[in-house]
Design a protein around this ligand. Sequence first.
Ligand SMILES: NC(=O)c1ccc[n+]([C@@H]2O[C@H](COP(=O)([O-])OP(=O)(O)OC[C@H]3O[C@@H](n4cnc5c(N)ncnc54)[C@H](OP(=O)(O)O)[C@@H]3O)[C@@H](O)[C@H]2O)c1
Length: 428
Amino acid sequence: MSEPLRLGIAGLGTVGTGVVKIIRQKANLLASRAGRPVVITAVSARSRDKDRGINIGDYAWEDDPVTLATRDDVDVFVELMGGSDGPAKAATEAAIAAGKDVVTANKAMLAHHGQALAEAAEAVGRVIRFEAAVAGGIPVIKALTEGLAGNEMTRVMGVMNGTCNYILTRMQNADLTYDQAFAEADGLGYLEADPTLDVGGIDAGHKLALLSSIAFGTQVNFDGVELEGIGEITIEDIHQAADMGFRIKLLGVAQLTGRGLEQRMSPCLVPSDSPLGQLEGGTNMVVLEGDHVGQIVLRGAGAGEGPTASAVMGDVMDIARGIRPSTFGKPAVALEAAKPAKGATPAPYYLRMKLQDKPGALAKIATVLGEAGVSIDRMRQYGHEDTSAPVLIVTHKTQRRTLDEALEAMAQTDVLLGRPVALRIESV
Ligand SMILES: NC(=O)c1ccc[n+]([C@@H]2O[C@H](COP(=O)([O-])OP(=O)(O)OC[C@H]3O[C@@H](n4cnc5c(N)ncnc54)[C@H](OP(=O)(O)O)[C@@H]3O)[C@@H](O)[C@H]2O)c1
């Protein structure tokens, strides 16, 4: 059997521990599949003494991940610490400079520095692999770069933050308010230390930026992702959407249009009977659309020790077998700068608002919408309150910019109470 592939693993938390377990438990299987042993030579984390439920005594220890990344007995630097900058970036750069391949699960680092890191790695003939960074255990990067390599991708979509999907599903199924469902998710340890990374759509936005780079051959452009979180969604929205045959999902959509690259991560209405609409709990789903293949739906665990370590190992095994694709599916220097689309593709919108309960209020709003060029598909009042009347409107397809102008004009009337909720109805 050939020379072993030697790993240096920095980060022994949820994912790192999972990777060590797989390598210890499945050594023979991995070696027989790769045609060479896959071994760990050195590890690093913050605390050497922490009980991690795994035996790390067989491996050399480094306090500094940069030192680990540059050791002579490390072929592949496995970065599982996290963070867009700091030690993760410093150690990844050091590993590349020292001629190591890199496997990482770090979407934040790649969303911000992916282009520079990929160019640096490819300039010295090294690879950076990051299957675990996008939708956890779902092998979506492999699907795009290998199985679908003969297609031009037309659209990629996904529910890629399990925590948000858990919160929205609990609101739907257990009739919880947003705050109650958020507290439940927090109690279960589902939220990041900074919860806005989850509920603000940032974590899922990082994943979408990576996915769209691979799908459309453009440089990663996280700043070009229109981000909107789920914090404004109320139980009323969940109920009203359900009555009309929709579910609300934090949905990422990327598509290349004549007007540029559209990247949106926002709460959307999707049909209840669609695969995305039926996705429950913390599960992830990625929908890929190619010109020849049509639509492909991938579903699975987007986080957690086993699924994420599974994706890391897929990348490690490729390197062990000598499979060395470009970081983003084509050489980094050939990736075109993404031109963000000005405005999203037109779509119908769901609007929920409260009006003063007085004659003519609804007619005034309908007039404002009409004058702005937004036509109404459905409109109804529901659940009359003392001084206010909740109103639901579904528009025909319109530009978001046109809708925003209409919302602005509505705010100038004397009948609108508070700010309307406006959610896109995505055709899936
Ligand atoms: N958890 C998931 O389900 C999941 C899913 C997809 C992607 N990811 C990504 O995978 C990466 C790791 O996530 P995780 O959940 O495993 O994180 P985690 O449980 O918080 O573990 C982080 C590990 O990094 C170590 N670390 C932090 N700073 C360090 C430093 N300066 N020097 C050396 N070691 C340091 C920590 O050491 P100590 O243990 O000593 O504190 C810990 O072992 C992140 O990029 C994350 O976004 C995670």
